[in-house]
Design a protein around this ligand. Sequence first.
Ligand code: FES
Length: 157
Amino acid sequence: MFQLSSEGLSAVKKELARYEAKDSAIIPSLYIAQKENKGWISNDVIHHLSRVMEIPESKISEVFQFYTMFNQQPVGQYHVQVCTNISCALEGGRELANHICKELKVKLGDLTEDGRFTVSRVECLGSCGTAPMMQVNDKYYENLTNESAMNILRGMK
Ligand code: FES
């Protein structure tokens, strides 16, 4: 059963106090909860947030399902999100995502055997001028080649 830590709980309460409409606190609260639930949002998380925020589960689910930055299943210690939107696609973003999957021996969206990596294709991450790029957890890596991307990932402990 998921429960926010006391820090997480006070962070969610802070978000609730920040906005006039409670619904505006859903996105930041989902972020807080996702971090505390090893990178993904389960039904338990939604149930808990609903009770804490006094917002119906259906409303929280709606927001959660709309945004791709919230994960619907467990992810690895490193969540590799490769942008394959137009600018990145033109610079080889799709091939880069395929290359990373091949090297890590994993299918898109699945966990590597050691549980360290999940690779996803995502829409524009707002770094189009430095395509192709990927986000790993909270960090951006830009102007990638197959080689530089793999060097970055292999260097992750
Ligand atoms: S298209 Fe990849 S960051 Fe915008």
